[in-house]
Design a binder for this molecule. Structure first.
Ligand code: SAH
Ligand code: SF4
Length: 393
């Protein structure tokens, strides 16, 4: 291996986010962009692919963040990489562990903003719930995040960085000599169900998920990644084509009248339009079933008639229905449906031939359950009218 001179100033990287000191963070760059970055910093073009592959493995298969430890690269090359680049995760500000083992990380990203990331261990899997935006432009009435206006989209590096932080904390990077699946994965599944609407941050979410799915990257099967959307119809076909992960949809109501109130994006793309897009999804993405998320709100959307309408609406779509008992948060305008109501609703769906698991709330004691996430620094509550006016809906 030859020592490669690298110009100290990486001037040819116009589109890459840089730190104040001019260094570019390699986490979150797609393979082609990583190569581009290396070339711009002086790596000969002929070597760029091989160097990118080597770095990729260190970063995403070993969790390494120190160039000096990358022993299959020449010493001078490592030094020059360190002059131009960093491998930097978002900072973990705090970690809370629930009585049920759920872990909630408060993560600080550049600009001082914070997002929450939740790890949920189960018997046969461990699911990481990650965020795609700080806040959300949408204002679903039952969602705590929806009371926080959108601060900004997360970068691909900040999205994939959440997975890396959790793997650090779980100490599950393969040890030297170990294959990526030598031990059962503690973090085996990803759900994009944290803060934000992933389809309003499409490119960054796509790039991050590509890294998560890359067999030489974090190497999680696309069948173990679920993206949840409130129903951004124009981006659903693109999700099938460009990501190909599993899809969940925040359905939550069986008439436009009620859904308009609960999930205001319904006014733009009503139920019939949404269902058309969902019908096309499984075939286009080669995925199995669509998950219909349905939050159980007392007296609002939880009647037997709703359950019957729901199964009629989704007829013909390979689906499973995930009933989510409403998780309360301070000032929430709804109550959780009674347990008997939820069971009766589930029974109608089950008898119509659909799996209808009731999602057990996890991590409630640390406010880590669905829809409870909101960054502590951004708690100043806006009125719903104010948020809706800003979002243009
Ligand atoms: N913006 C995306 C993903 C984040 S929300 C979406 O809306 O799908 C993840 C899931 O949690 C969604 O189904 C959402 O409707 C649900 N949720 C939000 N607030 C909730 C609450 N307070 N109780 C239960 N589920 C909630
Ligand atoms: Fe945004 Fe999803 Fe919450 Fe609606 S449910 S406000 S889309 S995060």
């Amino acid at each position: 291996m030859t020592d490669i001179p690298i110009t100290p100033e990486v001037t040819a990287l116009p589109r890459m986010p840089r730190r104040a000191d001019g260094k570019v963070n390699l986490i979150g760059l797609t393979r082609p962009r990583l190569q581009e970055a290396l070339i711009a910093a002086g790596t000969p073009e002929k070597q760029a692919k091989m160097r990118a592959d080597q770095l990729w493995q260190w970063i995403y298969q070993r969790g390494e963040s120190d160039f000096a430890a990358m022993t299959n690269l020449a010493k001078a090359y490592r030094a020059s990489l360190a002059e131009n680049f960093v491998i930097e995760r978002p900072e973990v500000v705090s970690k809370l562990v629930s009585a049920d083992g759920t872990r909630k990380y408060l993560v600080r990203i550049s600009g001082g903003h914070e997002v929450e990331v939740v790890y949920i261990p189960e018997e046969d899997r461990g699911t990481l719930c990650i965020s795609s935006q700080v806040g959300c432009t949408l204002t679903c009435s039952f969602c705590h995040t929806g009371t926080q206006k959108l601060v900004r989209n997360l970068t691909a590096g900040e999205i994939v960085g959440q997975i890396m932080i959790a793997r650090d904390d779980l100490d599950e990077w393969p040890k030297p000599g170990e294959g990526s699946d030598a031990r059962p994965r503690l973090l085996s599944n990803i759900v994009l169900m944290g803060m934000g609407e992933p389809l309003y941050n499409f490119e960054n979410v796509r790039d991050a998920m590509k890294i998560a799915m890359d067999p030489e990257g974090i190497s999680l099967s696309r069948r173990r990644i679920t993206l949840s959307t409130s129903g951004v119809v124009p981006e659903i076909a693109r999700t099938a084509q460009e990501i190909g992960c599993q899809l969940a949809v925040s359905f939550h109501a069986t008439t436009d009248e009620v859904r308009d109130k609960l999930v205001p994006i319904n006014r733009k793309w009503p139920i019939a339009t949404l269902l058309d897009a969902l019908r096309a999804y499984p075939k286009a993405s080669n995925s199995e079933r669509i998950t219909f998320e349905y939050v159980m709100l007392k007296g609002v959307n939880d009647s037997d008639a709703d359950a019957r309408r729901l199964v009629q609406l989704i007829r013909g779509i390979p689906a499973k229905i995930n009933l989510i008992p409403f998780n309360e948060w301070p000032g929430a305008p709804h109550e959780r449906s009674d347990w008997e109501r939820i069971e009766s609703f589930a029974d109608i769906i089950y008898k119509a031939g659909y799996a209808s698991p009731i999602r057990t709330p996890r991590g409630e004691d640390i406010m880590a359950a669905c829809g409870q996430l909101k960054s502590a620094t951004e708690r100043a509550r806006k009125s719903r009218a104010e948020i809706a006016a800003e979002a243009g809906i």
